[in-house]
Design a binder for this molecule. Structure first.
Ligand code: NAX
Ligand code: K
Length: 499
């Protein structure tokens, strides 16, 4: 590995998806680290690598090929830093400068004006003339690439591949898919690729290594908490937006099984919360589903005895709210049917008591949502702090486990964990647990309806942030949390992408 300041080894086990990167970026901003700062750090890392590889920046002729998105922004920041170190730098844009689409990249371009670096647009004399360059940087496309190379990007990639200078790509080689590693025609071939924060998964797949050259990573200041804590990035990046031309079915369908002679409201709240999370259709199987549907016509009633056969129609299931002790057999049948059909299931409330009594091993796409009392039951009486309890229950029952507490914790059976500090003490009111179960199931369904992997850990994190934030909004506006109002607030937070 080349030894240069500011860059490190890229290990496949550290690789992340574009979805992860988008989530971390937004979470970082929420935690006080701005995108501009991340972009500046990315540019600095690229500048330092080029300087190091050339054995010094002073007098070197360097051309930065910059696209109109964030990747181009990294390149523009690198140009300013290299110029400040004495390099003869030019920026060649793939597009007219007025078309820069990324707000932070626009800031970088403004900052470049005062640095004396020439900025060449398509059609201007010398555009894509890379004769005599010592180094050329591909900052054309990063994780925002879509489809085959077009327009100025295509022309710039051709010039790059013909150039005799040292070649370095920013984040990913332009034209290589950051998730799958597939390369489109005309993709750039580089000597080095410096991937921001962590290597992107696609860099290790398929033919990507032929295009990337040596893959390095640059630490750009994304704090640990942006990955560990649930945040608005999880909602924005992991829960798909509904396409504008959405037809029925793209939002997913959820089945809620619960209720008993004693408890009526819990499964209804879960059903309404699933709707608030954006799904198309919620079935309710309970002893009073007809009455529930008369009061709330959006709920599609199912007889309790039809619950098992309804599993095959849905993208996720909530089982347990308000079930009492009456539904033990049914719960076990619903779990078996969900597992058999690969439908993710959220087990809450009385469902958890049944599991604690019967034991048994679930699967990673089952999500248990105990509060601390239920966690203790699941652990046979042992009282552990939330994070430890979530880890232990997840391992013991083989299911992703959310332990609800002032700082919620969620862990997978393999021991990957996240926490969520959002929310308010006023949320201890009855019914918030039912809302959370409904939102987790709703988000799981929305991913599955679009063919995305359910990813229960991060999907649960998105739900924990959403419900916690909804509680904060309510407390700020109304001074209290009423469960039915919480459903409304969830709808607003989920639709507003977290703000
Ligand atoms: N996510 C993060 O935390 C950070 C991202 N940064 C940089 O920002 C990049 C992501 O920025 P963006 O989301 O703006 O995406 P990109 O910069 O990858 O590109 C998006 C732009 O390229 C155009 N485009 C897409 N596919 C094209 C094609 N095939 N032919 C021609 N044009 C095409 C799009 O219209 C869009 O305007 C990352 O790869 C990274 O380099 C860094 O600045 C630092 C922080
Ligand atoms: K690139």
């Amino acid at each position: 590995m080349v030894l240069c300041p500011g860059v490190g080894e890229a290990r496949p086990e550290d690789a992340i998806s574009t979805e992860d990167m988008r989530a971390y970026e937004i979470n970082a901003e929420h935690l006080g680290v701005s995108i501009e700062l991340l972009m500046e750090n990315a540019g600095n890392a690229v500048a330092s690598l080029v300087e190091c590889l050339l054995g010094g920046a002073r007098g070197a002729r360097v051309v930065i090929l910059a696209g109109k998105g964030g990747n181009g922004g990294d390149g523009v920041a690198a140009a300013r830093r290299l110029a400040a170190r004495g390099a003869r730098v030019e920026v060649h844009l793939s597009h007219p400068s007025g078309e820069v689409s990324h707000p932070a990249a626009r800031t970088m371009l403004r900052g470049l004006r005062a640095s004396g670096v020439p900025v060449l647009e398509p059609g201007s004399p010398g555009w894509l003339d890379l004769g005599g360059v010592d180094a050329v940087v591909d900052a054309l496309l990063g994780i925002g690439v879509k489809g085959g190379l077009r327009g100025g990007v295509k022309a710039a990639a051709e010039a790059y591949n013909r150039s005799a200078g040292l070649k370095a790509s920013v984040d990913v080689p332009t034209g290589v898919d950051p998730d799958t590693g597939e390369a489109v025609e005309g993709a750039v071939r580089s000597d080095y690729t410096v991937s921001m924060h962590r290597p992107k998964k696609g860099l290790f797949k398929g033919s990507a290594p032929l295009y990337a050259g040596e893959v390095l990573t640059a630490e750009i200041g994304i704090p640990w908490g942006a990955e560990h804590y649930a945040g608005p990035g999880d909602l924005a990046a992991r829960i798909p937006r509904r396409p504008r031309d959405a037809h029925k079915g793209v939002g997913g369908r959820v089945l809620v099984v619960g209720g008993s002679s004693e408890y009526v409201g819990a499964p209804i709240l879960a059903a309404l919360a699933a709707y608030a999370a954006g799904v198309d259709l919620v079935y309710l199987a309970s002893p009073f589903s007809r009455e529930a549907a008369l009061a709330r016509p959006e709920i599609v009633p199912r007889r309790l005895e039809d619950a098992v056969m309804t599993v095959e129609r849905v993208h996720s299931v909530v089982a347990g709210p308000g079930m009492g002790g009456e539904g033990e057999e049914l719960l076990m049948q619903v779990l078996a049917a969900s597992r058999e059909r690969g439908v993710p299931v959220v087990v809450d409330a009385d469902g958890l008591k049944t599991l604690a009594r019967r034991g048994g091993s679930l699967w990673g796409e089952a999500v248990l949502t105990p509060h601390r009392g239920e966690a203790k039951l699941l652990l046979g009486g042992e009282d552990l702090p939330p994070l430890k309890a979530a880890r232990e229950i997840a391992a013991r029952y083989g299911a992703t486990t959310v332990v609800k507490a002032p700082v919620d914790a969620v862990c997978t059976p393999e021991g990957r964990c996240r926490e969520s500090p959002w929310g308010a003490p006023e949320m201890s009111v009855g019914g918030t647990g039912d809302v959370l179960a409904g939102v987790i199931a709703g988000f799981l369904a929305r991913r599955r309806a679009l063919g995305l992997p359910p990813d229960p850990l991060n999907t649960a994190a998105a739900a924990l942030y959403t419900v916690g934030r909804a509680g904060e909004v309510l407390v700020a506006e109304e001074g209290m949390v009423h469960p039915a109002r919480l459903v409304e607030a969830v709808k607003r937070v989920a639709a507003g992408r977290g703000t």
